[in-house]
Design a protein around this ligand. Structure first.
Ligand SMILES: Cc1ncc(COP(=O)(O)O)c(C=O)c1O
Length: 320
């Protein structure tokens, strides 16, 4: 058990998606509402940050630093968690800095984070420099990796698998489908499934990486989590299921499938998907259902990982 700052609203609800199931004439669909984890619009990073913040506090940190895209959900939730724990927060964001401050970026500012802008290639360098400068000023900084995806952060999804098992003891789904990027969510779920002997297949829809790159990352991280906190059995790489067929023109570039998913979830279920992660994961889910990937009698759980403030970002609001 890792130390935890318990600020997330857990357990998140599991709900049936009856109207979407009917619309798609598909397998029985469910949703796990990690878009409702409670901290400043929530999302999957809130779970990870419970453990990362606990470690930062245990180490006596007074500042957390992390990095992400201009509309990063991870950065927004880090800024909120820092505020909640009484720590300063510095975010290294990837240029260009937009003219209008909307969506997650607006929230970063509202939550009191200091923002540093840089080119993508220099991100880690700038982050390390900000860390060193903070030390020089007498601060005690704590570095949170991209996506909160180290073993401590991803451990939260090891625990989340137990949460799901407790919610659905007799009726675990056949599949869990969600958006995967830095790999922490997928690695935690896989290590958790192995530890708790859950047979559910865990399918990450990649939002930005090729299958091979993401698979490698998930394998390394899941093995580390299992080694540190789980049953130490080595993970079978064949269990790492990643679909990279929905990348379109790349990260954060909406395509017609993403748009259709966002509209279909909204109009059939009143559920908001985001333009970058869950919109793309939803598009993947819909395509897989229509192409007969799942059999009709299977049960499929869509794990909503949050991101909804990006719906209100200037660059997306016109495009949805
Ligand atoms: C809304 C949302 N969904 C999914 C992901 C991907 O999660 P992970 O980085 O753990 O793969 C992110 C990561 O930023 C996210 O913000």
């Amino acid at each position: 058990m890792l130390p935890r700052e318990a600020f997330a609203h857990l357990p998140t609800k599991v709900e049936g998606l009856h109207r979407l199931t009917k619309n798609l004439n598909g397998p029985e669909l469910f949703i796990k509402r990690d878009d409702q984890t409670g901290l400043a619009f929530g999302g999957n990073k809130t779970r990870k940050l419970e453990y990362l913040m606990a470690q930062a506090l245990a180490e006596g940190a007074d500042l957390v630093l992390t990095t992400g895209a201009d509309q990063s959900n991870h950065c927004r939730q880090t800024a909120a968690a820092a505020a909640r724990c009484g720590l300063d927060c510095t975010l290294v964001l990837v240029e260009p800095c937009p003219e209008t401050v909307t969506g997650n970026l607006f929230l970063d500012k509202l939550l009191g984070a200091e923002l540093i802008w840089t080119e993508k290639e220099k991100r880690d360098q700038v982050l390390n420099k900000a860390f060193e400068e903070a030390v020089g000023r007498g601060k005690k900084p704590y570095l949170i990796p991209y996506g909160g995806s180290n073993a401590v952060g991803a451990y939260a999804y090891f625990v989340a698998m137990k949460e799901l098992l407790e919610q659905l003891p007799e009726e675990m789904p056949d599949w869990i489908v969600f958006g995967s990027s830095s790999g922490g969510t997928q690695a935690g779920l896989l290590a958790g499934a192995q530890n708790y002997q859950v047979k559910t297949k865990i399918l990450g829809i990649s939002v930005d990486e090729s299958e091979s790159v993401l698979k490698d990352r998930v394998f390394r991280l899941a093995s580390e989590i299992s080694n540190l906190y789980g049953d130490k059995k080595s993970l079978n790489p064949d269990q790492i299921l990643i679909n990279d067929n929905f990348l379109g023109a790349g990260y954060g570039i909406l395509n017609d499938q993403d748009r259709e998913a966002i509209h279909l979830f909204a109009t059939t279920e009143g559920i908001l998907l985001d333009p970058v992660y869950t919109g793309r994961a939803g598009a993947g889910l819909i395509h897989l259902i229509r192409s007969g990937f799942f059999s009709k009698n299977e049960r499929v759980l869509f794990w909503h990982t949050g991101g909804t403030p990006a719906l209100f970002a200037d660059k997306y609001i016109r495009d949805i």
